[in-house]
Design a protein around this ligand. Structure first.
Ligand code: SER
Length: 587
């Protein structure tokens, strides 16, 4: 079965079980400053798992594009990818363990026709934070999975989330397909990485919220969050023991071999080809996202740069000297553009950016590799030398470490960081922090900032006298709001002051906020503001602030603007060509 058929079957199955089908959200999380990319289907749904009602109800399902940079070192093994698609179904305080597991089993055995004898499952063994998950195990047993194929594992294996440091999480039950390989040892069981047991689906029972102090509290509602890997399941359905041999990847491999003028690949070359294929998929999808990320030295742009440059370096290992990125992106766009039209719509942008980045890096790569060789001959790489390779030849630090590993030498990473900070490039440090941080908490503070964001959009249109100003992105933490909008010059101090005054005037006016449910086309017809490039479900909420503002939004918002306090703009700067960025707070 092809991946596209699997996706169709999945959505059809859960639609029949009264789930509303939602669109994949952007790869760039909108209201979560703590992570760079959407890492799971649940990620865009965090506020709804925390208790905020969703406009489409309590049962949702989708296919979500995801990026997990944490898996980058595993890329090349049978199952790990940095970019992948995740099928998911959710219960937001509706059905729970028994129903979720029964549907998972029904879908696996009746729709996908997996042999029940090949299915093993794991359940949470219990600890001081939560009890042993006997209910899940009993449900599996009642469906016919024998006890010897039900494994109880501790938190490190059978607990999912939160996506960052805080947020919704809970025990899970994972489903594995036996690939028929021999056990690598008598202890080999689901969760072992030898490739015998292939994890394809995870049902998470999210009834906990992990707090900043590391303790857990019960969420307002008991949720189900499931995630099934499209590529992994497709591999199992196509009788392959790794994701790279599926039909999704084969055209990419064919092109890599053609570019390398190689018929067969050695094990080492195959690993490089897998890295190239994975990273080019990730790069193409990041560039193809409506948020228009470009390669840079900060945040998502830095990760994008790393993907592209690492792919090019591995291309060199296969002796590919010419154009590598664009021919592969062309194939990737072709494979996925039916499901993700944004790839087709942004084709020119994707190709232009890949060309620019490949040209830039190709200029320094050869010289940088020579320099690296010279340095490496002296032994371990000092922080200063690593910084030189980074600064003068554009080698991401992770690439320097990879090169050093290949030569069995070390890199003084701490020394590199010192040099880096010394050069005041604190922005990447910021990126790292964001990886480690927790999910933003949905609180009163964020609700206030949401409302302030709507007032700000309106105030900008009014003060700058430009009705075409639109939101191009927004990001809210409990401390501040960040708002991107289209405008082609910096605001003057006078204008900034006027925008602040306008927002504060509306706050003082004590305007009421109302929420209305509407069909998307009706909402747009009614003149409600929408975010440029955002994907909305067919039914949406429109928040009106008296007669002042009307916007499509998932909320949450306060009831009256007078709850907001004093609005202050902290920063106004350029964010990309033609886009300005405002950071503001409520005092
Ligand atoms: N969030 C869980 C996972 O990523 C299930 O969707 O595995």
């Amino acid at each position: 079965m092809k991946a596209s058929e699997l996706k169709k079957k999945y959505l059809k199955f859960f639609k029949k079980k009264q789930h509303a089908i939602i669109e994949s959200a952007s790869l760039i999380p909108e209201h979560d400053p703590t992570v760079l990319f959407t890492t799971a289907g649940m990620h865009p749904l965090v506020p709804f798992l925390a208790g905020q009602p969703h406009p489409l109800g309590k049962r949702l399902a989708d296919v979500q594009k995801c990026i997990r940079t944490g898996d980058i070192d595993e890329v090349g093994d049978p199952s790990h990818l940095t970019f992948f698609e995740m099928l998911g179904n959710w219960s937001l305080g509706d059905y729970f363990k028994k129903q979720a597991i029964e549907w998972s089993y029904e879908f696996l055995t009746k729709e996908l026709k997996f042999d029940p004898k090949k299915i093993s499952v794991t359940c949470f063994a219990g600890d001081k934070d939560a009890e042993k998950d006997d209910e899940s195990a009993q449900t599996w047993k009642s469906l016919g999975i024998p006890e010897e194929r039900i494994y109880f594992l501790p938190k490190k294996d059978n607990w999912w989330g939160p996506a960052g440091e805080t947020g919704p999480c809970g025990p899970d039950t994972e489903m594995f397909i036996d690939t028929g390989k021999r056990q690598c040892s008598p202890e080999c069981k689901p969760g072992c990485s030898c490739g015998k047991y292939f994890e394809i689906w995870n049902d998470v029972f999210m009834e906990y919220n992990k707090k900043k102090d590391g303790t857990y509290e019960k969420l307002k509602q008991k949720n189900v969050d499931t995630g099934m890997g499209v590529e992994r399941t497709a591999a199992m359905l196509q009788g392959k023991d790794n994701v790279y041999e599926t039909k999704l990847f084969q055209p990419i491999f064919k092109e890599i071999k053609q570019l390398a003028k190689l018929k067969n690949l050695t094990e080492q070359q195959n690993k490089s080809a897998r890295i190239i294929a994975d990273h080019m998929r990730a790069a193409t999808f990041i560039l193809g996202d409506e948020r228009k990320i470009t390669p840079s030295n900060v945040d998502q742009g830095y990760i994008l740069r790393r993907f592209i440059r690492r792919a090019i370096r591995h291309g060199r290992l296969l002796n590919i000297k010419g154009d590598l990125c664009r021919p592969l992106a062309k194939i990737i766009i072709h494979i996925h553009s039916n499901d993700y039209p944004e790839l087709k719509n942004n084709r020119k942008f994707i190709m232009d950016e890949l060309l620019k980045e490949e040209k830039k890096f190709s200029k320094t790569l050869e010289k940088g590799l020579k320099e690296f060789k010279k340095i490496a001959e002296q032994g371990d790489i000092s922080g200063k030398d690593a910084f030189l390779l980074y600064q003068s030849y554009g080698f991401p630090i992770e690439m320097i470490i990879e090169l050093a590993n290949e030569k069995n030498i070390n890199v003084d990473e701490k020394g590199f960081k010192k040099e880096y900070e010394h050069h005041q490039e604190i922005s990447k440090k910021g990126a790292e922090k964001r990886f480690k941080g927790g999910l933003s908490e949905s609180s009163k503070a964020t609700a206030k900032l949401h409302t302030a964001t709507h007032l700000l959009g309106e105030a900008l249109r009014k003060v700058l006298n430009d009705p075409d100003i639109k939101q191009k992105g927004s990001n809210i933490t409990s401390e501040r709001l960040r708002y991107d909008f289209n405008f082609d010059r910096a605001l003057t101090d006078k204008e900034i002051k006027a925008v602040e005054d306008e927002v504060n005037k509306q706050i003082q006016a004590g305007l009421e906020i109302k929420k209305q449910e509407m069909k998307l086309d009706k909402a747009l017809e009614s003149g409600a503001q929408s975010e440029f490039g955002a994907k909305y479900p067919e039914k949406v909420w429109v928040y009106s602030i008296k007669n002042y503002s009307k916007e499509i939004c998932m909320g949450p918002h306060v009831n009256n603007t007078k709850e907001l306090g004093h609005f202050k703009i902290k920063k106004e700067k350029s964010s990309a060509a033609g886009i300005r960025r405002i950071k503001a707070v409520l005092e």
